[in-house]
Design a binder for this molecule. Sequence first.
Ligand code: ADP
Ligand code: MG
Length: 817
Amino acid sequence: MSINVEPLRKILELEHNKGYINSAVIGGLDRFLRNWAGQAIESITNPQLLNRFRKLNLVNPDYASLTKPQRKEWIQGVLDFLAEIERSEGEKGEAKLTPIVSRPPSGTRVQRTVVYQSIDSPVTVIRGISSTLATKFSKLGVKTVRDLLYYFPRRHLDYSQRKSISQLTEGEEETIIANVWQAQEIRLGGRRSTEAIVGDETGNVRVVWFNNPYLAKKLLTNTRVVISGRVSLFGGRHVFESPEWELAEDKELIHTGRLVPLYPLTQGLRPRQVRKLMKEAVDQWAWQVEDFLPPELKKQCNLLALPQAISQAHYPEDESVKDRARVRLAFDELFLLQMGVLSKKRDWQESQPGSPFSAKTPVLDTFLKSLPFELTAAQQKVLKELLADLQKPRPMSRLLQGEVGSGKTVVATAALLIAAANGYQGAFMAPTEILAEQHFATICQLLSRVGLQEGEEGYLCSYSGLLPHLLTVALLIGDITQGIKQELQQRILDGDIDIVIGTHAIIQKGVEFHHLGLAVVDEQHRFGVTQRSALRQKGFSPHVLVMTATPIPRTLALTLYGDLDLSVIDQLPPGRQEVKTKWLKPGQRDSAYAFIHRQIASGRQAFIICPLIEESEVIQARAAIAEYERLSKEVFPDLRLGLLHGRMPANEKDGVMRRFRSGELDILVSTPVVEVGIDVPNATVMLVESADRFGLSQLHQFRGRVGRGTEQSYCMLLAQNPSEVARQRLDIIEKTQDGFELAEEDLRLRGPGEFFGTRQSGLPDLRMAKLSDVGLLELARSEAIKLFQIDPSLDKPQHHLLAKELARVWPQAGEWS
Ligand code: ADP
Ligand code: MG
């Protein structure tokens, strides 16, 4: 039978390092030793050792009362003893398990059973947690001891200010230690309650607990209690109303007199109970959590040890240690996240060689010279970054961010041409068919300025003059007939088509390529890791360029898409107009309609976004239909209106969009769920109903639908009864056109969960880290990159624990251990 001496050794070493000030364990060493020794004694079988163990008197060492030299000597003695235990136990390889001997009910003296426990044991191994309680904890996602240790408080109440009764100040959170003079049940507001008078050497004070008559019996006269809570004034005297309390016994305070943790709770779990159990768990188990960070890194970054961080996160000694604990735990989350995404990236880039392209081809020059404009500095910078990637033997994986209209498509087209010039095929994928059509049209138009066009058929274009061979671009969408589709697919397989444009279905449904070298993906939100591995399963490891017009703050981009390199086009082509944005009061709706009338009379078009209704798509569609009818009949009977909502079949949606784009409709009424990512340069007005209910980024996306042509454009925001935060948002969007600035604000105002609408799946939880921790995130990332350079597969002995931890939090990666 083995005994786990590790926790004790660690603590004693810590105590030694701290200079014997009895600070290695919260609450002092004595209590810990009592617990530890009580368990250890059961497992020592060697009589000689048992004798020495008794002499050390670990069960009741009274360490606190020793002088420093005595402490030093005593600790050395215990450490020697531990070494001896280990020798006598030999190599059993069970150092991480704590044996607990459970004794059968007294009287029936049968053989002892040994239950091995680790921090991954169920919470029921903790004294005081029954299986009923365990069920309640499991509702909080807490199943094992480790889960419990990582169930951190929402915040702490600062009850560390201890006062004498005469010093109490009204309105402050304060703590007293006092004697109970008298406690009795009383009725307050018709409810059975408790009232007590307590006193110290400076005076007396009244304490009441509403709705809690049972306390009266616990607070016997002359017991010493600690009371923590807000001091109020009643009838000119100080009183504590329903404060936290506990008996001032010879043990550590957990509800009062310190920083007291407040846990997010579920029904059936009481705060006092959880605090007590958590204290038990922390004292007994926190020391057994393995610190997986390499010591060198920890030292470099000045991070707390993990066991210490965990216990201080629950029961901090003071504010500053509490902060350091949070930093350590947040660092862990961000660091593990970065290790995970970096390993995915490495996996992508190194498990299969990519295709290095040569940039020594005249095609780029010819293409750029043919454009009716110069690339902006931002476009040039990004193009350089792409070219550098494409020439490497590792497949590129890059995220390109740029506002709507910043000119991403031109840059992507240049990259596709390089692929074609190198004899590879390129795929350009959009989230919807109508956007794919639009890309096809745009790309054909860009190319037609240089190449001689051959046979245009609506889904196929060929150009001479760019490459030694004919450059062929195809549009592959559901709309085309089966016969043509088959023909296109055959030609793609033969390598006869250079650039294929379509939706994500291109790679999801079996389109076979001859030699796919570059995949461009527009709007990354729907193109995740899964799709990329789908590409790979087809035997390709093309360069991948993911593009998005959603401005993602850098912190978030690095956190969520850390496996992608980041390029940003942070500049619009010259001459773009600002979209004039105005937040209107409800009373101004009629003048907004009148304004739309005037714009349409002068030949423009308008969007109207229906109010946001969250219940369901069906209800939303119904509301949109009602709004569309109201507007058609009552407001714009003389104009041509179209309706777009999420319940419409795809071909109907596309039909409406086409009619709007070609000018057959004046106004497009649409629900917010519908992606209107479409270029209609003639549309100059965007009216958003219930604008207070949208996030800044979303409002900015709506606004990006207009202002795409040469005419001055307008965005009008209607808000019925905006909340304070909504007012802030509306103020900001009125003043700011910069999408990145808006995204940062959005993140600040709403938090990352809502920023994306839904929680991102497949990523480990961030509990302690905040996305505003930019510095810490960058530190975590640079440390992760450093580590990757030294020991990419974490083979070194000092990285074994880290590899194990990564395998635990990123099980899907499956390549750590
Ligand atoms: P995005 O895909 O980023 O929304 P596009 O690539 O569709 O933007 O470009 C929007 C419009 O701006 C297109 O009509 C394009 O031809 C034009 N454009 C792109 N780059 C420039 C530039 N450097 N100068 C002027 N116009 C440009
Ligand atoms: Mg675009």
